[in-house]
Structures are given as structure tokens and as C-alpha cells.
Design a protein around this ligand. Structure first.
Ligand code: OAD
Length: 234
């Protein structure tokens, strides 16, 4: 452990599950109640903007009712204390990592509390509902959309992520099913560049066999224990 310096931590919906935010796949998951192609594609937004906006409005409003859990707090503590490079790459569009205090953080699939203007490209912090007829505060066009990476669109900051993976000594994946690329392929990239790899998830994920070590259980218990272990050896 003492030789570790650069960490990349990928998080998914499982990290926020114990805060009361539904995951996507599996029983009770968001994609069980909604078809991805109805609410999470550019085509859906063009076809039925009111439906797409309402879906994300409800999820944005639900953020007011949840709090970071022990996993978010442990990762924020690691972020503050870790002497080497560290990057938390989250697939989550909630804001629980930053509310716990994490700052070396990147939202690769966008953020619920942000609006993106499809006309001028500006991003604007957004806490309220976002009806389709809202004017962009910058260019005045009716082109504001949720700042969410839809299926078929390129995740954010891929170059920065690739660079961090190439420099990583340890890649850790927490609470993600490994069903969605490119995030599901990060473990292979990290291994290619020589990083050690660790997965923490409730159950084996789609890519479990790629990880050198897998720990199964709830993130709220596994992550704080792992952070203590890591900081004890730092
Ligand atoms: P998924 O819903 O696909 O997977 C969540 C994973 O978390 C599953 O493997 C669960 O077993 C695990 N899990 C559930 N509760 C947990 C807990 N308390 N502790 C640890 N693990 C737990 O969510 P993601 O992998 O994040 O993209 O999904 C990836 C992307 O697919 C999302 O970012 C989203 C979705 O479509 C977009 O919306 C662009």
C-alpha cells in the first residue's frame, strides 16, 4: 500500500443507494419504471421534451430529500487527506459527493443541478424545474436541456479521465454494474497502464473478472473500512 500514489475512483449508482436514490438496473431500478429510449436519448428530447424534462425535474427535486451517506463521507475524507493524485470519476448525476466535501471530482455523465444550452453551449447551475419553454439566460434561445449525457452522446472530460487512468497506481470501482461503456472499460485501461484494481459492489458486476480484488457488500460499510486501511498505509 505504501507505494501507492495516484488513485482513480469510479463511482456509480450503488454509492448513492444507501442515501435513498434508486439505482438504474435491477428490481425497483429507474430503468425498470422507464424506457431508456423514452427519457435518456437525444431523440427522446426532440420527440417529447416535456416528458424528458419532467423525468429530470422529478429527480432534481428529489435531491432535496437525500443526504450523503458513509461512503460519500469516507471518499471526501480520503480526497482531503490523500497526499498523491486522486480523481473521483462519478457516473452519478446527483451532488452527494460534493455535498460530502469531495473536490477532486468529475461528473462524467453530467449533473442534475445543471442546465446546458443546446444553442450556445453555456452551462448554468439549476436548482429548480426546467420547463422546455425556459429561455437561456445567456443567448435567450429556448434550447435549455438537462446537463445529462444521453445514450449515444460522449461522456464529459474523457481526455482527463484517460490521462488519470494512465497515471494511476490503483483503480477502484464502487457501486457500478459495469453495464455502460466507456466507464465499464476503465478497469481494462487502468490495468493496461499497470494499475492495481479493486472493485467494491453489492454483487459481482459485469466486469468483476477484470479486477484483481473484489469486495462484496454495501458501499456504506466497505468504503469507510477501505479508506481507513488506505490512509493507515499512506
Ligand atoms: P446500475 O444501476 O447499473 O448499477 C448499480 C450497481 O450498484 C449494481 O451492480 C448494484 O448491485 C450495486 N449496488 C446497489 N446498492 C449498493 C450498495 N448499497 N452498495 C454497493 N453497491 C450497490 O448503476 P450504474 O452502474 O451507476 O447513465 O449505471 C451506469 C449508468 O447507467 C448511469 O450513470 C446511467 C445509467 O444509464 C446515464 O444516465 C447516462
Amino acid at each position: 500500500m505504501a507505494r501507492l500514489r495516484n488513485l482513480v475512483i469510479l463511482t456509480g449508482a450503488g454509492v448513492s443507494a444507501e442515501s435513498g436514490i434508486a439505482t438504474f438496473r435491477g428490481p425497483g431500478g429507474l430503468w425498470e419504471g422507464h424506457r431508456v429510449e423514452d427519457v435518456c436519448t437525444p431523440e427522446a428530447l426532440a420527440r417529447d421534451p416535456a416528458l424528458v424534462h419532467r423525468f429530470y425535474d422529478l429527480r432534481r427535486a428529489a435531491l432535496d430529500t437525500v443526504e450523503p451517506n458513509a461512503a460519500h463521507h469516507a471518499l471526501a475524507r480520503l480526497d482531503a487527506a490523500w497526499p498523491g493524485d486522486l480523481l473521483i470519476v462519478t457516473q452519478n448525476v446527483d451532488d452527494l459527493h460534493e455535498r460530502a466535501g469531495a473536490s477532486r471530482l468529475l461528473h462524467m455523465h453530467g449533473e442534475l443541478r445543471s442546465a446546458l444550452c443546446a444553442a450556445c453551449g453555456i452551462r448554468e447551475g439549476w436548482a429548480e424545474a426546467l420547463p422546455p419553454e425556459t429561455e437561456c439566460p445567456n443567448c435567450g434561445m429556448l434550447a435549455l436541456r438537462p446537463d445529462i449525457v444521453f445514450f449515444g452522446e460522449m461522456p464529459y472530460q474523457m481526455e482527463r479521465i484517460e490521462a488519470a487512468l494512465a497515471a494511476a497506481d490503483l483503480f477502484v470501482s464502487i457501486g457500478t454494474s459495469g453495464a455502460v461503456y466507456p466507464a465499464a472499460g476503465f478497469v481494462q485501461t487502468a490495468r493496461h497502464y499497470g494499475a492495481a484494481t479493486l472493485e467494491m459492489n453489492l454483487e459481482p458486476s459485469g466486469g468483476s473478472h477484470w479486477f484483481e480484488e473484489s469486495r462484496m457488500g454495501p458501499a456504506g460499510a466497505l468504503v469507510p473500512a477501505w479508506v481507513e486501511e488506505l490512509l493507515a498505509g499512506a
